[in-house]
Design a protein around this ligand. Structure first.
Ligand SMILES: O=C([C@H](O)CO)[C@H](O)[C@H](O)COP(=O)(O)O
Length: 432
């Protein structure tokens, strides 16, 4: 059952979910789309215990089941638990002590199971892969964990080294999609472990099919690499400010800042402006400082005198500025709407004040009760505006994407007829 044919790469779908019934449904859809092995993910095991393995074994008697227990100690006891619950392959941390790996291997032999060693967070993964092979494990998984992926780590370059050093089948895991699966298989992976990009998809069957197609003819897939900034912008384009706020643990949203016209998404890096009530000089001078793709973020603090209007908005459009945020008022709202550049502000009024020249460009400011530094990523949509500190921009963008994927799946389940409280299992997850 758990054999690997070197000519036919395996798709191991990682059921990183919290509920047994959802896991079973998604497992069915994944298999229909062409997945091969079913991994009971670590969060699922922690949430449901060994019984989820029993349930999956009962439902899928013929399929290879992997228990991603990430064993760190008491190898024999935990392997026995996993094997007796019905798992064919049990995952042990490669970073565990040799004694734990040996005990896991011995127990696996006794109960007719196999051991997969997960290289997640191993200090020297290539050497450790050779060591755990010698200790008797059956498979190696080169893995960038979900939190590590959010900070930009991936496992492909390590996997390319590992396949040269070991003779047992090698799996790869860590945010894989159809393109990266194809790349991994071309580079020698025997097993691709895919979690989020299948199980959090609104169309699980189609996502599994896309991966099946790409690994069965991997040469046809062309992988495009974007610059860091382009990648951040591309991800932010596909998520909402609500997704970003969730990813930031409900931080980052500006208070009392609203879109001046609906249906306009804004993404850019901040040029900050500190102005004073009734003075619009620095706000307008900032347009000359701004580059294409920047967002001008202004603290003005007056709800009655606008440091921004139609002429400034047109001037921004010409420079390729992505949008403007004003903690305070704007004016010429009809012109702003005609120009079509995204502008977010507290309110709109007719008064403009004078260009006196007080204030500062590109210092740390507070706008909408959020600290904004030059270069921070600013995202606006119909919900409002969020600030993402530049140091965490990639990570937050990736986490927001995961939030968005999870929501897409929940939308799909509600479309199929469940209520929101049912799909979220609200009662079960209320704080106790
Ligand atoms: O093992 C995993 C992770 O540590 C959570 O348990 C995942 O199953 C593995 O990373 C695959 O999932 P994706 O990275 O979402 O593809």
């Amino acid at each position: 059952m758990s054999k690997v044919d070197p000519n036919k790469p395996i798709i191991q779908v990682a059921l990183d979910l919290l509920e047994t019934d959802r896991a079973i449904q998604i497992a069915k859809e994944s298999l229909e789309g062409g997945a091969d092995w079913l991994e009971v993910g670590t969060p699922l095991i922690k949430s449901e215990g060994m019984d989820v393995i029993r349930k999956l074994r009962e439902t899928f008697p013929e399929n290879t089941i992997i228990a991603d227990m990430k064993i760190a100690d008491t190898g024999a006891m935990e392997v026995e638990m996993g094997a007796k619950a019905g798992a064919d392959i049990i995952v042990v941390l490669a970073s565990a002590d040799d004694s734990t790996i040996l005990e896991s291997v011995r127990a696996a032999r006794k109960y007719g199971a196999k051991i997969m060693a997960d290289l997640i967070s191993s200090k020297d993964p290539v050497s450790r892969s050779m060591e755990v092979e010698k200790l008797g494990v059956d498979y190696i998984n080169v893995h960038s964990g979900i939190d590590q992926q959010m900070e930009g780590q991936d496992s492909l370059s390590i996997m390319k080294e590992v396949v040269k050093k070991v003779n047992i089948p090698v799996a790869i895991a860590g945010g894989l999609d159809a393109d990266s699966c194809a790349e991994a298989v071309s580079a020698g992976a025997n097993i691709v472990v895919v979690g989020g990009n299948i199980v959090r998809s609104s169309n699980v069957i189609a996502s599994a099919k896309a991966i099946r197609g790409s690994i069965d003819s991997p040469t046809t897939v062309k992988v495009t690499r974007l610059s860091h900034d382009d990648e951040i912008r591309a991800i932010l384009e596909s998520v909402s400010t609500s997704n970003i706020s969730d990813a930031m643990h409900r931080k980052g949203a500006m208070q009392d800042i609203f879109p001046m016209m609906e249906g306009k998404k804004m993404i850019g890096t901040a040029v900050t402006v500190q102005t004073f009530k009734g003075d619009w000089a620095k706000a307008v001078e900032a347009i000359d400082e701004a580059k294409e793709g920047d967002v001008i973020v202004i603290y003005n603090g007056s709800r009655h005198i606008a440091p921004w209007g139609g002429l400034a908005t047109l001037s921004c459009l010409n420079k390729g500025v992505a949008g403007v945020v004003v903690d305070g008022a704007v004016r010429d709202i009809d012109e702003i709407r005609k120009i079509g550049l995204p502008v977010f502000a507290t309110c709109h009024v007719p008064n403009a004040g004078e260009p006196k020249g007080f204030g500062e460009i590109n210092s740390e400011i507070v706008c909408g009760n959020q600290t904004v530094n030059p270069g921070d990523y600013i995202v606006g949509d119909d919900n409002g505006v969020v600030v993402i500190p530049k140091e965490r921009a990639y990570e937050i963008a990736r986490r927001a994407k995961e939030v968005e994927k999870t929501e897409q799946r929940l939308f799909e389940e509600i479309r199929r007829g469940a209520t929101l409280s049912e799909v979220m299992k609200l009662k079960k997850w209320e704080k106790h």
